[in-house]
Ligand binder design. Structure first.
Ligand code: UDX
Length: 436
């Protein structure tokens, strides 16, 4: 199949590269000339494990191309993906100017039937708006399909190539056939392609992300309560996760969810609810609780240092909103670092991938080449991302480098008995504090 992907952001690049890998001829279109020039030279602007191998191979084999010209990019394409940004406007609703702008441009240049696919997370009713924008100037038949993407950063290639399910919103039989053909190589193990109408497909994406954010937030509140009643959230997680109705995943309590999707999507669904006159109270709570959760450890740090962080050095392990990404959007680490700086502390940091991104925002932190270097002479350690290398550290070395053997862990990386044995004072989420 000949495919065009408009927008070479995170979703667009993964979509384009993966569909080239399944044997299609893919052209990715972006208005950013610098970015396209880099892509044409074989440079990937994002960090995503496993993407580079597929990217290099498909460029080398001529199945993956890049252009700044929409006309050239969609030439002969049976399928046109719109993978454009939908940034939140001031009121929290998704801003559709990029998507509708491209839709408007597409109308007059379509020269044959094509399926135009909304891949971005867009509010209910967007497919209709895209259809209208294209139809205003189109000379040929076309269909607009909603096909939300459920991939997670860090495992995006695997999620894309082996999706749990593919959701397709369309009522056109012709478009259905195209979508079945397109996804056939990815659902061979029997994972379903679920067809529905466009509005339901758009809503499915928001429902999925909001539900996951709710699941995490619920566990975070259970954890907060565990601290008060003297229970251990790890045990609760195991105790409830084995109930197949609840499931084991996304029950890890921590310092709050971040990233480019959950915060934005929960906010957008809340806004949609308001627009339709519905008071979606659980969503409002999820947002408020998550905001507080991100700052959960700060009062503990303050009280440990008796209310005075002036002149203290706090080491931070982990800046990315989760492991295997350099993405720092809505990352809990950032808010915490800002709070530490405001309180007069000096902050030394280490993250295997995200330091360059943070340097642009906060140039005055001390950026270290290794996790241990960040601990040298620091008064305490705070952990915000569960990178595997932090999970089994050399506790002796940590103890010698830190001025005080104290760890504030937002990701519950260590077992309580281990920390007791190692002589650390250890604060985590939803578990008893270990006092050395
Ligand atoms: C998410 C959805 O999972 C994906 O389907 C959608 O397409 C985009 O949004 P992503 O943002 O890449 O993906 O990250 P994810 O792995 O889902 O984690 C989101 C946040 O939740 C992270 O901040 C993570 O640390 C947090 N989280 C996740 C928890 O705090 N506890 C958990 O148990 C799971």
């Amino acid at each position: 199949m000949k495919i065009a992907v408009v927008g070479t952001g995170y979703v667009g690049l993964v979509t384009g590269t993966c569909f080239a890998e399944t044997g299609n001829q893919v052209t990715c279109v972006d208005i950013d000339e610098k970015k396209v020039a880099r892509l044409q030279q074989g440079e990937i602007p994002i960090y995503e494990p496993g993407l580079d191998v597929l990217f290099d191979r498909n460029i080398a084999e001529g199945r993956l191309n890049f252009t700044t010209s929409l006309v050239e990019g969609i030439q002969g394409a049976e399928v046109i993906f719109l993978a454009l940004p939908t940034p939140p406007g001031e009121d929290g609703s998704a801003d559709l100017k990029y998507i509708l702008g491209v839709a408007k441009d597409l109308g007059p240049i379509l020269s044959q039937y094509a399926v135009i696919i909304d891949k971005s997370t867009v509010p209910v009713g967007t497919a209709e708006k895209v259809r209208e924008a294209i139809a205003a100037a189109a000379q040929v038949d076309f269909d607009v399909v909603s096909n939300p993407e459920f991939l997670r950063e860090g495992v995006a290639v695997e999620d894309f190539m082996k999706p749990d399910r593919v959701v397709v919103g369309t009522q056109s039989e012709k478009a259905k056939k195209v979508m079945e053909k397109l996804y056939a190589p990815l659902v061979r193990q029997g994972n379903p392609v679920i067809f529905m109408d466009e509005r339901s497909a758009e809503m499915t994406k928001y429902a999925a992300n909001s539900f996951l954010a709710l699941k995490i937030t619920f566990m975070n509140e259970i954890a907060n309560l565990c601290e008060k009643v003297g229970a251990n959230v790890d045990d609760i997680r195991r105790g409830i996760g084995t109930d197949s109705r609840i499931g084991k995943r996304f029950l890890f309590a921590g310092i709050g969810y971040g990233g480019s999707c959950f915060p934005k999507d929960v906010q957008a669904l809340a806004k949609t609810s308001i627009d339709y006159g519905y008071d979606f109270r659980t969503l409002t709570s999820v947002m408020a609780v998550n905001q507080d959760q991100k700052k959960r450890l700060i009062p503990l740090v303050e009280s440990y240092f008796e209310g005075n962080l002036q002149g203290k050095t706090i080491a931070v392990w982990g800046l990315a909103f989760k492991p295997y990404t350099d993405d720092i959007r809505e990352a809990p680490a950032l808010e915490n670092i800002k709070a530490l700086l405001e309180a007069g502390a000096t902050v030394t940091v280490y993250d295997p991938e995200a330091m360059d991104n943070v340097k642009r925002l906060l140039p005055d932190l001390t950026y270290c080449h290794t996790a241990y270097a960040a601990l040298d002479d620091a008064d305490a350690l705070m952990i915000f991302t569960e990178w595997p290398q932090f999970r089994t550290p050399d506790f002796d070395k940590m103890g010698k480098l830190l001025k005080n053997k104290v760890v504030f862990d937002g990701r519950n990386l260590y077992e309580l008995p281990t920390m007791k044995e190692q002589g650390f004072t250890y604060y985590s989420i939803g578990r008893e504090t270990v006092e050395s």
